[in-house]
Design a protein around this ligand. Structure first.
Ligand code: CP
Length: 326
């Protein structure tokens, strides 16, 4: 189950046991960050490794939490946050960029607007590559962050009843999350307008993984019995026709009135950013855990970087003095 030296392009690159290893290691990282009951922060030793972040699309959470995670691990970060400032603007291919940046760092995090770009990048790179979102294809580290939050609250990932709501066609977070949940034996309810339904190949994939997803456009009608509702933004930047976006923006708004119909213990997660699909009044509802979910991106990404770099054992025990003690 060694993760050392591996890439993470698709969430299914990791087995359920490997995902559990990341989440368990993330719990240790969270403790080291002072998330434990005693709030004690353990010292982290300096780490002679460099993380490179290459973002060809906007990001707040993913890029900053990866960079924070590496700095918290004691390592260093080099960043190319704006593709317009790189030689991509002169026509350099992604494969060449991957080869070049591999010479400057020990691990690469890449976000790019094209589906499949992460795979192409990983094939050309000579250091581990983490997919931080490739077009509307996948966003596997968001899924690890989602699962970390979900497991902390529910105590398990198995057999939960989960609603995925919003733009299931273009939302890359749900394209990674749905297969991971299906493989854990979760019941899935896909809630979207028909035009923004989960792509057929993904519906097929979750069925191959054992789920029989229900499909509806009725959010209120789908709330009954849910353990978790995962809201998503309508992905404006993916629509070829702006008029089509205008048709669907605001199609779902989760507010206090709707939440009165939801189970008392139904968590609300969202990968963020939100636009209008969760009313601000919801932020005070104890079931709304999306800000905590986003904060979890740091320990999860610390765990992932540490495992891919081989600076923690598969047991989660540190190879470095001063990191997380087992
Ligand atoms: N959830 C997420 O990917 O957020 P960013 O686009 O801000 O990274």
């Amino acid at each position: 189950m060694a993760l050392t030296g591996r890439d993470l392009v698709s969430i299914l690159d990791f087995s359920n046991d490997e995902i559990t290893l990341v989440l368990d290691t993330a719990e240790q990282m969270a403790e080291a960050l002072g998330w434990g009951e005693d709030g004690k922060t353990q010292p982290l030793a300096p780490l002679d490794r460099i993380l490179a972040t290459l973002f060809f699309e906007p990001s707040t959470r993913t890029r900053m939490s990866f960079e924070s995670a590496m700095l918290r691990l004691g390592g260093s970060v080099i960043s190319m946050a704006d593709a317009r400032a790189s030689s991509a603007a002169k026509g350099e291919t992604l494969a060449d960029a991957a080869r070049i940046v591999s010479g400057y760092c020990d691990i690469i995090v890449c976000r790019h607007p094209e589906n499949g770009s992460a795979q192409a990048f990983a094939q050309a790179a000579s250091v581990p590559v983490i997919n931080a979102g490739d077009g509307h294809n996948e966003h596997p580290t968001q899924t690890l962050t989602d699962l970390f939050c979900l497991r902390r609250h529910k105590g398990t990932l198995e057999g939960l009843r989960v609603g995925l709501c919003g733009d299931l066609k273009y939302g890359r977070t749900v394209h990674s999350l749905a297969p991971a949940l299906a493989r854990s034996g979760c019941e899935l309810i896909f809630i979207s307008p028909p035009a923004l339904a989960m792509p057929e190949e993904l519906s097929q994939k979750v069925q191959e993984l054992g789920a029989q997803p229900q499909v509806t456009d009725d959010l209120a009608g789908a709330l009954d019995g849910l353990d978790m509702l995962y809201m998503t933004r309508i992905q404006q930047e993916r629509f070829a026709d702006p008029a089509e976006y205008e048709e669907y923006k605001g199609v779902y708004v989760l507010d206090e009135k709707l939440m009165k119909k939801a189970p008392e213990d139904m968590l609300v997660l969202h990968p963020l950013p939100r636009v209008d699909e969760i009313a601000p009044e919801m932020d005070d509802d104890p079931r709304a855990v999306y800000f905590e979910q986003a904060a979890g991106g740091v320990p999860v990404r610390m765990a992932l970087i540490a495992l891919l770099l081989g600076i923690v054992e598969d047991s989660g025990a540190s190879k470095r003095s001063g990191l997380v003690e087992p």
